[in-house]
Ligand binder design. Structure first.
Ligand code: FES
Length: 245
């Protein structure tokens, strides 16, 4: 392997010091075999600047905490290898979410708000009986739910979404995927009309302008395009019936 000198241009900004304007700081380091951006950022913090802020927990594309813009594209830093990057790489925090500092953003507040707005829990009148035998679920249905549940809430679909970048209340692909998850769940007794009340609007499923960057950017391959089409179809027909009533 030919040794490369890599340059990283990283956005620096501390919201607690608003008088210091956001700027790009340049760092240099020698590439090593199998190096990921997780290794790069930790090396930079340990060896060059202990004040550099970024988030990692699992290093394995599971926790969703390391989403950032890598050369303009939202992705997980822990699964990004330097061998796939050019000599000069720009790292920016994900837009849309609250900036905590440098590359660190708070996705939790956004996802909690979306969960409340989409009422992300099973709606049922059944009383829970801890002594009753478990009800079986059809395998195919369970797999459909699991597919939507694979979302790791990294925020890459939201950070790269044109609508979410200009409309703070748009629930985005993550929100639509969440709605799809409950729509296919037979335990959730909400009617289409009730779902329509929640997502049949411009902040919901009809706010999407169809650029589908979400589908391109999802680092774990949740089929966001299909989920959007599924929910949109259901909401379009519900809306049509709704108007007729
Ligand atoms: S550190 Fe957990 S997804 Fe990257």
């Amino acid at each position: 392997m030919i040794e490369r000198e890599l340059t990283f241009r990283i956005m620096r900004y501390n919201p607690d010091e608003p008088e210091k304007k956001p700027h790009l700081q340049e760092f240099h380091l020698t590439e090593e075999p199998g190096m990921s951006l997780f290794v790069v950022l930790n090396k930079l913090r340990e060896e060059q600047d202990p004040t550099l802020r970024f988030d990692f927990v699992c290093r394995a594309s599971i926790c969703g905490s390391c989403g950032m813009l890598v050369n303009g594209r939202p992705t997980l830093a822990c699964k990004t290898l330097t061998k796939d990057l050019p000599d000069v790489t720009t790292l920016l925090p994900l837009p849309v979410f609250k900036l905590l500092g440098d590359l660190s953003v708070d996705t939790g507040v956004w996802f909690r708000d979306m969960s409340f707005r989409t009422e992300s829990w099973v709606h049922t009148d059944e009383t829970f009986d801890p002594d009753a035998p478990e009800k079986r679920m059809d395998n195919a249905v369970a797999l459909e739910i699991y597919e939507a549940e694979r979302c790791i809430e990294c925020g890459c679909c939201i950070g790269g979404c044109a609508t979410a970048n200009i409309k703070p209340d748009f629930i985005g692909a993550a929100g639509v995927n969440r709605v799809a998850r409950f729509m296919v769940d037979p335990r959730d007794k909400r009617t289409e009309r009730e779902y329509f009340e929640v997502v049949g609007n411009e902040d919901g499923v009809f706010g999407c302008i169809g650029l589908m960057a979400c589908d391109d950017n999802c680092p774990v391959g949740v089929p966001l395009r299909d989920q959007l089409a599924y929910v949109r179809r259901k909401m379009a027909s519900a809306g049509w019936r709704y108007q007729k009533v």
